[in-house]
Each structure stands twice: as structure tokens, then as C-alpha cells.
Design a binder for this molecule. Structure first.
Ligand code: ES4
Ligand code: ZN
Length: 322
């Protein structure tokens, strides 16, 4: 139909994509072979069959297993180049890409190999792409602080820091000092909050960490004062519809609260999160949402506009897309 065609072809930005979550089973097996890594699954089909998640943690267990095949700088390059080619096909003009260095440095991979490999693929792409270093919230704040220091020789290769992995039990305030340090360094700040965790985690991401966007944030609607604040401050949410269905945040797409968030005046964006695991890249997220919720052409344009407005592009580059 007309609207599906417009949604697919309109220029957009992607602001919530974990590069390790773009590793397709075929590439996982190719890299395992190349690097002599033994996987717990005998075949691509067996691995894909294991992609049935009951919550965030059951997904993360498989996601970290998949990332274990990444050892060499070229592996990080190949993964990122494959994502950017897919993004380009979906008319993504700008991507702000999360990476999880601790998942790799804890296996002995040098920080420089992680960052240089991902960054080199970004530099070689005709999609504009920048990097956001994420701290794993199930690990300690001291581990996050050491990770930030280890990344400082590559300070010019990433624009911000984020917070991801297991949310419940690991509130934003656990990372107060490392976010203060990142802020002093002039880095942009984001955090996952209100995906599985309560609205209180969104409050503390804002008031304690001073983040500039909330990743997910869909549980904000449980708190009317928080909802009003997010709208008033034009605090963008990077919503990931297919992720929310696969991780059982909502029962099905018809139950997703994305339209309610828009109606509340919040700057909502659509993103793919971990596209290789959740059943699709950016256009599949847009299409699944538009197929299930009563969204129109105005919403399509609003969502595309929001994606650039909420990006960390410099003002003059942002203008060209708005
Ligand atoms: C993630 Cl969906 C999601 N939530 C939290 N952390 C993550 N890391 C990769 N995907
Ligand atoms: Zn995420």
C-alpha cells in the first residue's frame, strides 16, 4: 500500500542498535569457523531455533554466546559493514551505534581492536554513523570506570556512552560516578531505562545520570508526572517495537503503547535494537508497527523527523534532514 511504500522509502535515522545484535546466525557460524571457536549449537538452523525468548535475560544469554565468535579487528569490521549495508537498504541516512566493549575485553580482545574495527567500517560506509560505548549494568561500576579509561585513547572514535544489559536490580544510580566522568569528558549520555524496569529508573537516569535520551522508556506511561515531564522536555525515547514483542514487554504489536506515547506528546523514535535476534531491521520495525496500530502519514513523517531531531548530529547536519 501507499503508506507502507512511504514508510520504507523515507530517509530516517536509527538511534538504538546494538552492533552485536546485528550478528546474523550465518555470520556467527562463519566467524566461529574462521576463529576456531566452538559453539553450543550444531548448525545455523539450531541456533536460530533457540531464538525464542521469555524475557530480557533469556535473550541476553544467547546474545552474549553469539558475540563470543568476535576475536579480531576484522571480525568487528565485517559485522559492522554488514549492518550498515542493511541499514542503507532501509534508507537509514544516519545511525548511532551501540557497542559493548566489556563483552569482548573480558575475553581478552584488546579495546583497540573492538573500537578500530567498528569505526573503520563506519568510516568506509556512505551511511553517516557514530558510536556509543555502552557499559554492562550487570557488572560493577568500577569495571565500567576501568572500561571508560581503557577507551580514552580512542576518545575521538565515539561520541557518547550508554547503559545496557540486565535492567532490573541494576538501577541507573549504580553508575553515578562513571556517567559524571563521561559528562566531564564532553561525551553524550544515554541509558536503557523503563524497558523491564520501573518508571523510577527513568527518573534516576534523568536526574542522577543526566542522560539526553532514554532507550526504550515505554514504561513511563505508568507515571503521569513522568510522562508530562518527558513531553515538556522533549526527551526522546528510542522505542524498539519488535524487541518489545520478542521480549514479552507487550503481548503483541496491537498492544504496543507507541501511539499512546505519541499522543502524550513524547518525542518517539522507532529503532531495531538487536535486528538479527528480533526478526528484522529498521523498516521491518516501522512496517510491523504501522500494520498493527492506527498510524497515518502524519505519524510516519513525525517519526522520521523525530529520528533526526533526537540524534546527536551537529545542528547544521540535522537541519538538512528536518
Ligand atoms: C539489549 Cl534489548 C536490550 N536491552 C538491554 N540491553 C541490551 N543489550 C543488547 N540488547
Ligand atoms: Zn537496547
Amino acid at each position: 500500500t501507499q503508506i507502507r511504500h512511504i514508510v520504507q522509502n523515507m530517509p530516517k535515522a536509527e538511534l538504538h542498535i546494538h552492533i552485536e545484535g546485528s550478528l546474523e546466525p550465518e555470520l556467527i557460524f562463519a566467524l566461529a569457523q574462521r576463529n576456531g571457536v566452538q559453539l553450543a549449537y550444531p548448525s545455523v538452523e539450531a541456533l536460530r531455533a533457540a531464538y525464542a525468548f521469555k524475557d530480557l535475560q533469556s535473550f541476553l544469554d544467547i546474545y552474549y554466546a553469539g558475540a563470543s565468535v568476535l576475536l579480531k579487528e576484522q571480525d568487528f569490521y565485517d559485522m559492522t559493514a554488514a549492518y550498515l549495508a542493511r541499514a542503507k537498504a532501509d534508507h537509514v541516512r544516519h545511525a548511532e551505534i551501540f557497542f559493548d566493549p566489556q563483552t569482548h575485553t573480558s575475553r581478552g580482545v584488546p579495546m583497540g581492536d573492538v573500537i578500530n574495527g567498528i569505526h573503520r567500517a563506519c568510516a568506509d560506509s556512505d551511511v553517516s554513523a557514530t558510536l556509543i560505548l555502552c557499559f554492562l549494568r550487570h557488572l560493577s561500576e568500577d569495571d565500567a570506570l576501568a572500561t571508560l579509561e581503557a577507551a580514552l585513547p580512542y576518545r575521538d572514535k565515539f561520541i557518547g556512552v550508554g547503559l545496557d544489559s540486565s535492567e532490573v536490580g541494576h538501577p541507573p544510580e549504580k553508575f553515578t560516578r562513571v556517567f559524571a566522568r563521561a559528562r566531564e569528558l564532553g561525551l553524550h549520555l544515554v541509558a536503557h531505562a523503563g524497558e523491564e524496569g520501573p518508571p523510577a529508573y527513568i527518573w534516576s537516569a534523568l536526574d542522577v545520570l543526566h542522560v539526553e535520551r532514554i532507550d526504550h522508556g515505554v514504561r513511563c506511561l505508568e507515571d503521569a508526572e513522568l510522562t508530562r515531564r518527558l513531553a515538556a522536555e522533549k526527551m526522546a525515547l528510542t522505542v524498539c517495537p519488535l524487541s518489545n514483542i520478542k521480549l514479552r514487554v507487550f503481548d503483541d504489536m496491537g498492544q504496543h503503547n507507541l501511539l499512546s506515547l505519541l499522543d502524550a506528546g513524547i518525542v518517539v523514535t522507532i529503532n531495531s535494537d538487536d535486528p538479527a535476534y528480533f526478526g528484522g531491521y529498521l523498516n521491518e520495525n516501522y512496517l510491523a508497527t504501522f500494520d498493527s496500530l492506527p498510524l497515518g502519514l502524519q505519524h510516519a513523517h513525525e517519526l522520521a523527523k523525530n529520528s533526526f531531531a533526537a540524534s546527536f548530529l551537529p545542528a547544521e547536519q540535522k537541519q538538512k534532514f528536518l
